[in-house]
Design a protein around this ligand. Structure first.
Ligand code: PGA
Ligand code: ZN
Length: 425
């Protein structure tokens, strides 16, 4: 019998990259293994995400404290999970789902549950002396994801005049991960110089990309293309572009009416945004577009996918919230051809794996993602490897909570040596 039963679980309140409280969970196993995991937190959240339990005590952190979630781990989850085998991830996760009893984890809190779920997975891998990516993904987990680096931020992640939340540089033409990371990190530095030379701000947004005030959304793409070329790379060949509109954040009715309010471009509808996208996709080397429409604009999404789905990867984030109920509907209705995957949108490692499996079974891609509020935890890097989606987004070439994941992938590539794979599709 493997000697890795859970002997202790405890949680504490720590701060995330925005200085807001989040949950860190510590776990101990009977063989002496001790480790921890920390939970991320989003800003442009989908309305159907699992509930991040906050204290709502205005006297602490403006109500954002997580002491209730911490107490739920210490007082409720720990006694129930003690004695369970750490390698039995599904049993651990489903025990917590059953204890919570709500469809959105609002009783115990998805932040409490996910912290435990991740910490247990990590402890089990350590106890088995297998790297986390291999423990979760098996011997086939050899493909390092292409780093979609968010070098220019807008929307709710920045205080500037750009509506689209994320402009990502995608080094799909690089021979391996470390070269790919170099391509886009160099582009990031060149972009800084270009912004500076035009008297624009080089301050960064929540995910470490620059957040300048620009004349239009299109200007953001054009300056990125200029940076790619100036860095010595060929746009569309070495480095392509991915976008996350996070369109719910500029939708007026959270459905089909929009207001490009930050840029001042004004009001439009689903058709207006789709036409804009068609024009951009024909003009610029765009390979992926996330949340081009709002989370309740299922019809708009379907239309977008019909018209652009054979040219680019159409990713649903807020609309699917890593939840198999919504992904299943999306597959049935042809809403997209890929789903964003965020562990804390659904709240356990096991359910996240199920969401990935559903995408794969339908011939969809999946796109692994961090949150805008992060910690230095590198779980995501190993998890992206294990799920083998071929690409991930975890911010820019600044802010250590973002670099921690990229650096972990460098480490994994080094560890795998010539067994490491790297390719876009
Ligand atoms: P969030 O942003 O973590 O603030 O939700 C990331 C995204 O929209 O993809
Ligand atoms: Zn998104």
């Amino acid at each position: 019998m493997i000697n890795n039963r859970i002997t202790a679980l405890r949680a504490m309140e720590i701060l995330d990259s925005r200085g807001n409280p989040t949950v860190r969970v510590f776990v101990e196993l009977s063989d002496g293994t001790m480790t921890s995991a920390s939970v991320p937190s989003g800003a442009s959240t989908g309305e159907n995400e699992a509930v991040e339990l906050r204290d709502n005590d205005k006297k602490r952190y403006g109500g954002k404290g997580v002491l209730k979630a911490v107490a739920n781990v210490n007082e409720k989850i720990a006694p129930e999970l003690t004695g369970m085998h750490a390698h039995d991830q599904a049993a651990v996760d489903y025990k917590m789902i059953e204890m919570d009893g709500t469809p959105n984890k609002s009783k115990l809190g998805a932040n409490a549950i996910l912290g435990v779920s991740m910490a247990v997975a990590r402890a089990a891998s350590m106890s088995a002396h297998i790297p986390l990516y291999e423990y979760l993904g098996g011997a086939g987990a050899r493909r390092i994801p292409v780093p979609c680096m968010n070098i220019l931020n807008g929307g709710e992640h920045a205080d500037n005049s750009v509506d689209i939340q994320e402009f990502m540089a995608v080094p799909l033409g690089a021979p391996n991960f470390r070269e790919g990371l170099r391509y886009v990190a160099e582009t990031f530095h060149i972009l800084k110089g270009l912004l500076k030379s035009r008297g624009l701000s080089t301050g960064v947004g929540d995910e470490g990309g620059f957040a300048p005030n620009l004349g239009s959304n299109e200007e953001a793409i054009e300056i990125i293309i200029e940076a790619i070329e100036k860095a010595g790379y060929k746009p569309g060949k070495d480095i392509s572009i991915a976008l996350d509109s996070a369109a719910s954040s500029f939708s007026e009715n959270n459905r089909d009416k929009y207001d490009l309010k930050w840029s001042g471009a004004g009001k439009t509808d689903s058709e207006g945004l789709i036409k804009m996208a068609e024009e951009w996709v024909s003009k610029y080397p765009i390979v992926l577009w996330e949340d081009p429409l709002a989370e309740n604009d299922w019809k708009g999404f379907q239309q977008f996918t019909k018209r652009l789905g054979d040219k680019i990867e159409v990713v649903g984030d807020d609309i699917f919230v890593t939840n198999t109920n919504y992904i299943a509907r999306g597959i049935k209705e042809g809403t997209a051809n890929s789903s964003l995957i965020k562990l804390n949108q659904i709240g356990t490692v096991s359910e996240t794996i199920e969401a990935v499996r559903m995408c794969r079974d339908a011939g969809w891609r999946h796109f692994m993602s961090h949150r805008s509020g992060e910690t230095s935890d590198t779980f995501l890097a190993d998890f992206a490897m294990a799920m083998d989606g071929g690409h991930l987004k975890t911010g820019s070439a600044s802010r250590s909570e973002r670099l921690a994941k990229y650096n972990r992938l460098l480490e994994i590539e080094y560890e795998l040596g010539n067994r490491a794979l790297y390719y876009w599709k």
